[in-house]
Design a protein around this ligand. Structure first.
Ligand code: KG4
Ligand code: ZN
Length: 342
């Protein structure tokens, strides 16, 4: 089965072709980062317009580069939510229209299920069941994955997502958007011992997260430093980035440890944009290794948004006999544990 995957939920147009027998046949990604950089975050209207410009040429490119013609395609999968409605509608409209024109099923895919399954595209994919830490710009969740579509949310952020916290802290520090990679880079020169940021919700039982207090702590630290030093120096910026990153990574690691202790899972998957963070990968590998838990994550380019994860997730749904009618529906919000009911 060959499935064309279309991802347009935010600021990346990702297109891919996945074959259930031979694996990934091709993928392309166009990132709008430069377009949004001047604004310090994604401007939804600009994102939608850019998806409109790119989507058809990218679909053509993937088909050409993979040497596959439209007659070979068995289904078209597209991200139906959660995400920016205007951006989602571009992918959904094009995906459904193409599927209708080609006479094949159209498959709506949950963006976070795409992230969750992204490590399945690697050579050594995790077997189910596993625990998943989904950390992106919009979500921070601990999910019990018992089978395809059998997802239980064990914990989640009560306010900002981890990626959102990185983006906001970076903005305060005068660093570029997206903030995660910018903070990670600045932190490389930082002194670990100068500031200690709090590890939110660690003292409380349970598996939920909260990152908005960390953001306030970051702002107050910047204000104190500017007051005493007269400006935000390069060194202080790196030291704060370092303290911030360590606090987020420690908090995520502690919650994963607690989740593993409370469940029987022997595998941990980390996925979503923040799973590209090197410190997080290293720390989780160390801590989980000590608990006999194996850690899996996607290759770097499939941590952030991409079409390959949507093509893969869509293919699993096709194999399970799912498809949808040709009405165009997207969801800005869509809890992952409501996936079965559609
Ligand atoms: O999964 P993703 O591409 O989009 C959403 O579904 O939200 O995640 C984007 C998020 C951004 O907040 C970005 O700052 C963060 O992932 N991110 C990182 C890193 N690379 C991307 N955060 C920390 N460290 C990184 N290396
Ligand atoms: Zn994403």
């Amino acid at each position: 089965m060959k499935v064309l995957g279309i991802e347009t939920s935010c600021d990346e147009t990702g297109i891919a072709l996945y074959d259930s027998d031979t694996g990934l046949l091709g993928h392309v990604l166009y990132s709008q980062i430069e377009l949004h950089q001047d604004y310090g975050g994604v401007v939804p209207e600009l994102a939608s317009r850019d998806h409109v410009r790119k989507i058809i040429p990218l679909i053509r490119q993937v088909l050409e580069e993979s040497g596959v013609t439209k007659q070979d395609i068995d289904a078209v999968a597209y991200t139906a939510g959660p995400g920016l409605v205007g951006a989602l509608l571009v992918g959904a409209s094009v995906g459904k229209s193409i599927a209708y024109g080609w006479g094949v099923p159209a498959i709506p895919v949950h963006h976070m299920e795409g992230h969750l399954l992204a490590p399945m595209l690697e050579d050594n994919p995790p077997e189910m069941p596993f625990l998943a830490l989904l950390v992106s710009g919009g979500h921070t969740q601990l999910i019990g994955v018992d089978n395809y579509s059998e997802y239980t949310i064990l914990g989640e952020s009560l306010d900002d997502a981890a990626g959102e916290a990185f983006d906001k802290a970076a903005k305060m520090l005068g660093l570029d958007y997206p903030g995660g990679p910018a903070i990670a880079k600045a932190a490389q020169q930082g002194d670990d011992s100068r500031f200690t940021f709090p590890r939110p919700m660690i003292g409380k039982p349970g598996l939920n997260f909260s990152f908005s207090g960390l953001k306030t702590y970051c702002m107050n630290t910047i204000d104190d430093c500017v007051e005493s030093e007269g400006e935000l120096t390069e060194k202080t910026r790196s030291d704060i980035a370092c303290a911030f990153q360590t606090a987020v990574v420690d908090t995520l690691t502690m919650k994963c440890k607690r989740a593993i202790k409370q469940t029987d899972y022997k595998r941990l998957v980390i996925a979503g944009g923040v799973s590209a963070n090197t410190l997080l990968r290293e720390k989780l590998k160390n801590v989980m290794g000590g608990m006999g838990v194996e850690v899996y994550y996607p290759r770097l380019e499939f941590c952030t948004d991409n079409g390959a994860m949507i093509a893969f997730a869509g293919c699993q749904r096709l194999l399970a006999g799912e498809s949808s009618d040709y009405s165009i529906q997207v969801k800005a919000r869509w809890p992952l544990d409501q996936l079965k009911s559609g």
